[in-house]
Design a protein around this ligand. Structure first.
Ligand code: NAP
Length: 190
């Protein structure tokens, strides 16, 4: 898969480090310092490009910038219809003392509003330091990815389950009644 990374910092490069060996192609973008971006790309053997270029090239776009840089990053990326935007950001204040937004909306919803026409998947990776380390496991176990599933998908999933459960219950109860009728008629014949 082609993965374009917007923000080649701790998390952006950690995704390259962990996923490139599995056959995924990467391009890095979005830096205030072109030489620094080039160094990061060279260190991981990948190419660089403008956000608008890598978005066209990629199937999945990973958004790995500090919260304050999200509007600028998405503005530079431009429209990305049909692409999947993997939003790795935390909606933190610049000094990380708390959340920049919350209680009435979320980081994922804000990104989805800014990235029009894009399928946004909110997936917060584990600590970048861990992903960059020689052994990214904890107690020998692989660490997970926190994924926020859109509430409507969850609702539809469970409603679907409840409906099929109803059908299963209906079928089971009529089978049970048939069984009772059969048993009682057999008993009557004895
Ligand atoms: N670090 C973690 O363990 C971790 C884990 C899960 C999620 N996250 C989230 O992932 C996102 C990225 O975190 P990170 O630790 O990878 O950050 P980071 O190391 O600071 O990387 C951010 C990247 O964005 C680029 N950038 C471009 N324009 C920027 C601007 N105006 N202001 C700031 N940066 C700009 C920076 O490039 P230049 O400096 O070259 O301009 C830098 O490479 C954050 O939202 C964070 O909350 C982090």
């Amino acid at each position: 898969m082609r993965i374009g990374v917007i923000g080649a910092g701790n998390v952006g490069t950690a995704l390259v480090k962990r996923l490139k060996p599995h056959g995924h192609d990467f391009k890095l973008s979005f830096s205030r310092d072109a030489a620094k971006l080039r160094l990061a790309a060279d260190a991981f053997g990948v190419e660089t490009g403008l956000p608008s270029e890598i978005v066209q090239w990629a199937g999945v776009v990973a958004l790995t910038v500090p919260w304050g840089a999200v509007p600028e990053a998405l503005d530079q990326a431009g429209n990305m219809p049909g692409k999947i935007l993997w939003d790795c950001t935390n909606a933190l204040l610049p000094d990380m003392s708390g959340l920049a937004i919350g209680t009435t909306t979320s980081g994922g919803e804000t990104v989805a509003r800014l990235a029009i026409g894009t399928k946004v998947v909110k997936g917060i990776p584990p600590m970048a330091e861990l992903l960059h380390s020689d052994d990214p496991t904890v107690n020998g176990q692989p660490v997970g990815l926190f994924v926020a599933v859109p509430a409507v998908w969850v609702y539809n999933y469970f409603i679907g389950k409840i409906e099929s459960f109803d059908v299963e219950m209906d079928n089971s109860s009529s089978e049970l009644i048939d069984y009772f009728i059969k048993r009682s008629s057999m008993r009557g014949k004895k």
